[in-house]
Design a protein around this ligand. Structure first.
Ligand code: LER
Ligand code: MN
Length: 280
């Protein structure tokens, strides 16, 4: 059963980034619930900013859930990443992600590693970066497993990382790990840049995909660009994907329009999904 989510960012330093709701977590929950979303995906500066009990109450009061927690603030705000040449930076990156895993686990949801994967270059060879990334993912994946949640790893487009850009590279990375607890995030925006055929890439990711960012070619809300979202949605249904499709797009022309446009697109593309049928 595919479920719907919308991103809420509390990270001021990420203004201009592809997150829809920016007016605080309370307002984010209210808007998400009013529009019929099942959940929010939270992008917070750290695990300490919204206490677990306060978020649990907000979610319950609004009858919605939490889909996942992003870790990108570790990179954007603290400049931490898992393949930095400085060992101390890499260790602090792992610590930041562990705290996010613990936070999400209290809601039974995963943390997402996107920009915190970093990149190779300069003094860091490609092999070295992958070595550090694999070591970190094995450790963090095992840690997440001990908390009974998966850990989500997101291939990004070539302008954001040179580690994994495609589904095939993400799959190869997962297959090279000792942990089986890493799932891939299929972000349709990155896939539109990197994949020859995003729908076919979804099908190839059947056993690996744990989360989806559903957005259009230009990172506008679904339906405001030129991706074949109908084909991508069909592929997700075909592989029996039953996680979240989460709106990670620019709040353009404004947040509410992007949020309404996305839920309308979800209803159109995933109309056989039970939750979406109920909200219709
Ligand atoms: C970054 O481009 C992205 O897609 C996010 O989900 C990761 O922070
Ligand atoms: Mn994404």
């Amino acid at each position: 059963m595919i479920k719907t989510a919308i991103t809420v960012s509390l990270v001021e330093e990420a203004r201009g980034g592809p997150f829809v709701l920016w007016d605080g977590v309370e307002q984010g929950c209210k808007t998400a619930a009013e529009l019929g979303y099942d959940a929010i995906e939270l992008f917070a500066p750290s695990h300490e900013v919204v206490p677990v009990d306060a978020l649990k109450k907000l979610l319950t009061d609004h009858g919605i859930g939490l889909a996942a927690v992003g870790t990108g603030a570790g990179m954007v705000v603290r400049k931490l990443n898992l393949t930095d040449p400085d060992e101390d930076v890499r260790n602090r990156a792992q610590g930041f992600i562990k705290n996010m895993i613990l936070y999400g686990a209290q809601f039974g949801v995963p943390a997402i590693i996107g920009s915190m994967q970093g990149r190779w270059g300069g003094d860091v060879s490609r092999d070295q970066a992958f070595d550090w990334l694999r070591t970190a993912l094995n450790d963090l994946g095992g840690f997440a497993e001990s908390q009974k949640v998966p850990l989500i790893y997101e291939p990004l487009n070539r302008y954001e990382t040179n580690l994994c850009n495609t589904m095939a590279e993400g799959i190869q990375l997962c297959d090279s790990l000792d942990t089986g607890n890493i799932k891939l995030l299929a972000d349709v925006f990155h896939m539109g840049i990197e994949e020859a055929n995003p729908a076919e890439a979804m099908i190839s990711g059947k056993a690996y995909i744990g989360h989806v960012h559903f957005v259009d070619s230009n990172r506008m809300a679904a339906g405001m660009g030129h991706l074949d979202l109908s084909g991508i949605a069909k592929a997700l249904k075909e592989i029996g994907y039953d996680g979240f499709v989460s709106a990670e797009c620019f709040p353009k022309p404004d947040a509410l329009t992007a949020a309404k446009q996305t839920i309308a697109a979800y209803r159109k593309f995933f109309k056989n999904s039970r939750t979406l049928f109920v909200c219709d």
